[in-house]
Design a protein around this ligand. Structure first.
Ligand code: 4AD
Ligand code: MG
Length: 481
């Protein structure tokens, strides 16, 4: 008789059959009831041992964290909380877990503590649920794009370019840091480095994605990206995963429609395929919010919040309209914002984004047409307006509790205007000649965006710290495991 996964057993209706499960002990109560989990589901199966006939020494080895194999009859459970259980005939300890040393005890641990033992936190129900949802969402990303004929493009991780032009890159080098080769003028001689030039980890696959979009029409990337920004917040990682679709012949409206469809599809997919996990996470969040004062608790529970997102269209407005709302808002008038909105051109901080989403519109918001000054070089330039303001065809999607979840734009497809903008922003035009070739040969209107995968997982799971939705977070001063 082979091993059966607990997920399948919990749905079984054929009582009396002999079954074998293998998993890890979550709890062992009354010298009788073992709760076993094998990761196939967030739920445990109960195995009941007869302590009168089981060797004392074996019973002692049934401890939280131990790996066990259990064989016995599947019976209807008389106890509360489960429908089926296993009447143990044979029990084998596959791997002991010293209860004095195993850090996970059958009690509630803080998320901070679990972060320090990230190598073991997969074994908790919370992280079982979070990473199952993460998996489902990753799968759904591929399904969404594949069903629409998009080509999955693997863009390089090591690159010489800074796609965002923000200079937040991790250098990649094999040079001997104790003996750096120098040019005559004292600068580093990268000709001696592995690639014969200065290289870094990618901050975005977009530029290479654009090259592919100008041949395949519609592509997407889904890979790790790296940012050496010193932001120690609950929304930033130094290593995060990004989904970047890029589409020829799309304008900004097409781009926004695709992004909204994608987000709704992914949320719907999680609701349809992760109901056990989301029910668990909903209860976890309610419990967590009990610690907060009434006015800081959410109006909607996790699942209601996800459904709300599906049922409402995202509010679309320009940056200029948003600035007017923010200028006249209560927290701005009463000087409650940390960064007061005084002038057009101000970069929006997360407090402003959250005001718009959570207080003003009370739903997801798409802001468009940002000042050129605060956006990347590749965004399509609008006509200068009557007041002399320069804006670009950018769009950011802002989500409740998250802030910016998507950033994108229509691209500048006009060679002269793009080159001019690059020079203004000190982007090395000559080195980027390969990128500009798309504008030299068969240039076409196109657009794309980047969805921060962890920010999406944060939203769907209701977790509050981005370090808790990626298995091994990398943040300033932290690269454990
Ligand atoms: O707005 P960003 O910087 O845009 C780009 O990288 C473009 N190249 C995307 C494109 O048009 N193809 O980043 C896109 C998204 C953000 O909206 C956010 O969700 C996420 O990536 N993001 C981060 N997530 C976690 N940690 C960080 N440090 C992040 N920086 C950006
Ligand atoms: Mg952005």
């Amino acid at each position: 008789m082979g091993r059966i996964k607990i997920k399948d057993l919990l749905n079984a209706t054929e009582f009396g059959q002999e079954v074998t499960v293998k998993g890890w002990v979550k709890t062992f109560r009354n010298n009788q009831f073992i709760a076993i989990n094998d990761g196939s589901t967030i739920n445990n199966i109960q195995a009941v041992v007869d302590f009168t006939t089981t060797d004392e020494a074996l019973l002692k080895r049934i401890t939280t964290g131990a790996a066990v194999s259990v064989t016995g009859e599947l019976v209807e459970s008389l106890g509360k909380g489960q429908r089926v259980e296993i009447k143990v005939r044979e029990l084998e300890i596959l791997g002991d877990s010293d209860p004095e040393k195993f850090p996970l005890q059958p009690k509630k641990h803080s998320l901070e503590f679990l972060r320090e033992i990230a190598h073991l936190r997969f074994r908790t129900s919370t992280f079982n649920a979070v990473f199952k949802v993460r998996h489902a969402l990753a799968f759904a990303v591929h399904k969404f794009f594949n069903d629409r004929g998009f080509v999955y493009m693997h863009t390089p991780i090591v690159t010489g370019s800074d796609a965002e032009g923000a200079g937040e890159m991790f250098r990649v080098t094999t040079l001997d840091l104790d003996n750096i080769p120098r040019n005559e003028d004292g600068s580093i001689n990268f000709k001696e480095d592995f690639f014969g030039k200065s290289t870094n980890l990618t901050v975005s696959g977009q530029l290479e994605g654009e090259l592919a979009a100008m041949a395949f029409g519609e592509i997407y990337t889904f890979g790790p990206t790296f940012r050496a920004e010193n932001s120690n917040t609950t929304r930033h990682l130094a290593e995060f995963w990004m989904i970047e679709p890029e589409m020829a012949f799309y304008d900004l409206n097409d781009n926004m429609n695709l992004a909204e469809d994608l987000l709704k599809y992914l949320i719907r997919y999680a609701l349809d395929n992760c109901s056990d996990e989301l029910e668990f996470l909903k209860a976890r969040l309610l419990e967590e919010e009990k610690q907060k004062p009434q006015n800081e608790r959410s109006d909607l529970d996790l699942i209601a919040k996800l459904n709300f997102c599906l049922e409402n269209s995202f509010e679309r407005l320009t940056y200029t309209e948003a600035i007017n709302i923010l200028k006249n808002s209560k927290p701005n008038q009463k000087k409650q914002f940390k960064y007061l909105i005084e002038n057009w051109g101000a970069d929006l901080q997360s407090e402003h984004e959250r005001y718009l989403v959570e207080k003003h519109f009370k739903k997801p918001v798409i802001l468009t047409d940002y000042p050129a000054e605060i956006k990347a070089f590749y965004m399509r330039q609008n006509e200068v307006d009557a007041e002399g303001r320069k804006t670009v065809r950018a769009m950011d999607i802002l989500f409740p509790g998250i802030g910016e979840i998507v950033g994108g734009s229509q691209r500048e497809e006009r060679l002269e205007l793009l080159e001019q903008r690059m020079r203004e922003m000190h982007i090395p035009v000559e080195e980027m000649s390969w990128f500009l070739d798309t504008r030299r040969f068969g240039s076409a209107p196109h657009a794309g965006f980047g969805l921060g995968f962890e920010r999406l997982v944060l939203f769907v799971t209701g977790m509050t710290n981005i370090r808790d939705v990626i298995p091994f977070p990398r943040t300033p001063k932290n690269a454990e495991f």
